[in-house]
Design a protein around this ligand. Sequence first.
Ligand code: DX5
Ligand code: ZN
Length: 221
Amino acid sequence: MSTYRIAPSILSADFARLGEEVREVVAAGADIIHFDVMDNHYVPNLTIGPLVCQAIRPHVQVPIDVHLMVKPVDRIIPDFAKAGANIISFHPEASEHIDRTLQLIRDQGCKAGLVFNPATPLHHLEHVMDKVDLILIMSVNPGFGGQSFIGEALKKVRAVRQMINASGRDILLEVDGGIKVENIAEVARAGADTFVAGSAIFGKPDYKAIIDAMRSQLAAV
Ligand code: DX5
Ligand code: ZN
């Protein structure tokens, strides 16, 4: 039994049929639903908020992993917790008080994650390793699905894997952006255990075939 998790990003789903889309992708083997929140301020795109999280919540049993690309972050966190989010992550550049935001997420009963853009250094982690439940390494610049994987991210994944191992804590190491069947094994070898994939899955005719192909790549790592 592998400990790898596949987290389809609904950013590339058909928003007119979102309930059906999340049910289908979970039936196809998704472990987590990745929910991208963009505000047209922190990132140059505008997507979905707590009402949509609440709307899909009854359709799936798996965790909903809310990736906040919004600034400021604190005000919206309780709304997502009430809407049924299980994991809430944010970018350190978007919070004035990172430790406080992590604590706020945990106080709401959710797992807390910190997200690192391709050019964001990892030093923000140094004093909060005891408060993070997930570290998300961006392998594209946030804002859009369908971009190409930035290879430099692998170095950062390796560094984070060492930090997690040294901490002795149970922290998920997630990678987001440009992941597909062809490169998922390389990302796993660098130390990731949780893989976001949007355009590689949604919009394709057979979700199960793609998730199975990803799992067989992971099984060979
Ligand atoms: C980008 C989002 C990603 C995006 C990934 O800002 O955070 O989750 O949906 O899409 P793909 O897998 O198409 O790169
Ligand atoms: Zn994301």
